[in-house]
Design a protein around this ligand. Structure first.
Ligand code: SAH
Length: 351
């Protein structure tokens, strides 16, 4: 991106209120702000030239002062049964991120990245292998969804912030993104159809609770106690499992929204009977949902996923203690759809 471009304001990250103030400063009528906003967030245009109900001088003024961050699709991989598509995007500064589109009975879902890379260091995850490059702007989180909706020509109705990155490590941009995607005008995706997944940054969970959003918070637990969790997730050195669970309970009482706990089953590491019992006793009585995920092996680590039998047995134990539990349907394994795998293989090739 040339320097001149960088000086311009990222218009897709701006709220309607912010845009309205700017328009007034420019001596334009306030309703113009709404028109521009609708072009950006409803008609999903990618350049000012396409905003055809604005006068040419206004379009030129916009071009001079603002930019619409371009998301270039580098590649699209489609699964054999057409229900999963994986996108590799290039950002204006050359960084590369990935997103996944999934077709479900209840609608289309997009899994977006929240950062370029990640610094959380989870042992089984490909997204973190190269560390954190930078945070994504709200416009770049939106941009993944907008570009995908333009490409598939199908409405996106669900969003999961579960791609590369730790969303609560990019907190301000995440909140701005949720605001922009869920309000009207805009795609107006209900907060109830948005899931944010975190490795469990306790003070941020508490901060988020105070926002009283209606989103679903998914917490990557992956172990029934702190000691085991430390083997898999460095973040467990900062917060113990009890402290994390206490924050989750407060989140539930503040928002009334049930927490989803993600538990990736790694063969011989966190999938035995005792661990299932310990998890059951940890979560007993707390209104929540457990999502069991057979770990997706990455070539950089020796982890393998638990067998069908072990997964079913683990599930049965949780059910016996009346814990709401499902096994994640695997989608797109044939196209490297697990966290960060596509970006990692692209970066490997480039090197
Ligand atoms: N940083 C956030 C969101 C991104 S990861 C978080 O930790 O929740 C999204 C989910 O995928 C997390 O539950 C993560 O632990 C899990 N995950 C990452 N790599 C995986 C793999 N190889 N197999 C199975 N689950 C994985």
């Amino acid at each position: 991106m040339d320097e001149r471009q960088e000086e311009k304001k990222d218009i897709r990250s701006m709220t309607l209120e912010e845009l309205t103030k700017d328009m007034e400063k420019m001596g334009e009528k306030a309703f113009r702000a709404k028109q521009v906003y609708q072009w950006l967030h409803e008609k999903l245009v990618e350049q000012f030239e396409d905003m055809t109900n604005l006068s040419k001088p206004l379009r030129e003024k916009l071009m001079e002062n603002y930019r619409i961050p371009r998301m270039t699709i580098l590649s699209v991989l489609t699964s054999e049964n057409n229900d999963t598509k994986k996108y590799l995007f290039q950002l204006e500064d050359g960084n590369v991120i990935e997103s996944v589109w999934m077709r479900y009975h209840h609608g289309n879902s997009v899994c977006i990245s929240s950062q370029v890379g990640c610094r959380m260091g989870c042992r089984f995850c490909a997204s973190t292998l190269l560390g954190l490059e930078r945070n994504l702007f709200a416009s770049e989180m939106l941009g993944q969804i907008y570009a995908i909706q333009n490409e598939t020509k199908e409405r996106v109705s669900n969003i999961v912030v579960m791609g590369t990155g730790e969303p609560l490590d990019n907190y301000e941009n995440l909140l701005r993104f949720i605001h922009l995607i869920s309000r009207e005008p805009g795609l107006h995706i209900s907060q109830r159809n948005i899931t944010v997944s975190t490795c469990g940054i306790v003070e941020k969970i508490r901060e988020l609770a105070k926002e009283k959003l209606q989103i679903t918070l998914a917490v990557s637990l992956h172990a029934p106690n702190t000691e085991k969790r430390r083997e898999l997730m460095p973040v467990a050195n900062r917060y113990g499992v009890e402290e994390l669970l206490a924050a989750c309970k407060d989140y539930f009482s503040e928002t009334g929204r049930r927490i989803t706990f993600e538990y990736s089953l790694v063969a011989g590491v966190n999938d035995n009977r005792e661990e299932a019992l310990e998890l059951a006793s940890l979560l007993k009585g707390f209104p929540c949902h457990v999502n069991l995920i057979p770990v997706n092996p990455i070539k950089e680590r020796s982890y393998t996923h638990s067998g069908r039998k072990e997964i079913e047995a683990f599930k049965l134990i949780l059910e016996k203690y009346h814990i709401n539990v499902t096994i994640r349907r695997e989608m797109g394994a044939d196209i490297n759809a697990a966290c960060g795998q596509l970006r990692k293989s692209y970066m490997d090739q480039k090197q």
